[in-house]
Design a protein around this ligand. Sequence first.
Ligand SMILES: [Zn+2]
Length: 376
Amino acid sequence: MDLVELAKSLIRFRTEIPPGNEEGCARHIHDHLADLHIQGAELRLDRFEAGRANLVARFGPREPGLLLGGHIDVVPAGDQSAWSVPPFEGVEKGGRLYGRGAADMKTGLAAILKAIEATSKRKMRRGLLFVATSGEEVGFEGLKALYARELIPEGAARLGVMGEPTSLRPVRAHKGLADFRITVRGRSGHASKPELGVNAIEKCATIVEAVSAWSRGLSKAPDRDLGSTIATSTVVRGGTKSNVIPDSCELIVDSRWVPKHGTAFVEKGLNSTIAALKRKDPSLDARVELMYDSPALKLPRSHPAVRLAESLSGLESEVAPYGTEAALYAEHGIPSLVLGPGSLRQAHIVDEFVDLAEATKALSIYSRMIESVCVA
Ligand SMILES: [Zn+2]
């Protein structure tokens, strides 16, 4: 199978999440690698939930070398009638391959698989690790499951590359993310006598204002690469009826933090913002809870992984506004970056496509990366 056929074969698996249905595609990758009969290859299909699986493959010696990684889940195709091609067929047209996942990131995975095949006869000095995960689009579920059960050892590679769509430009840094729920409690009463109740929505509004002011204040101490930590109110839910003073209100705050700050910094900031309001208004009752967080990524430009990626791609590295699995690998001792075919602008949209010339270039970059880290 050539690169394009392999990419098409991956697109044909409907790995949309939700619902999360990646096992067939993971098994297909497993069987594809098994059919290559690479000497000493260790393949593991990791079924971590019904219908959900990751694939972990090791080649060459135990000495940590290169990690090539990516995810097999895709975001839903949405209304298929809005597409000009069927989203799960892999349609080639005018030097492009169309389909859900063409850019994010099944063509990247296909290029990695072809690079593994192209270098499979070379004598390796260091190991090559390939990981294809499920549930990346919903908080790195598959990769978290692999690490939770120690199926990938700490420091399993000297450097890692995720084949996510970056138009082949290395991405070496991005912010971390933390989402919080703030629950505000009040006391209900009749709307004609507001002074007898405690209006949770009004209390919540003071918190929204205060969080916004706190976030603006953080812009005085930016990170040189990534800018400032920010916290933004994104969801408010409260109230039951037009004539009832609301006794509860829920606020979701989304924060994007720079590496010197982190989730704990934001949590502390939210708590002290509320404590300051409480000193002025003792009836304020609000509780902050962390819902979800994911790490930041920051490799210095001088890091050998960045230097290698820049020299192989011929493009200067940059920073990105989105989060990736690279940060989670970095937390587990594998300094990682992101570099893959396809444009981020193509990810998650109708008529998603990848430029096939870029896909071929990606295959060449990944092959040379394996040569330089594992073979040379
Ligand atoms: Zn992706």
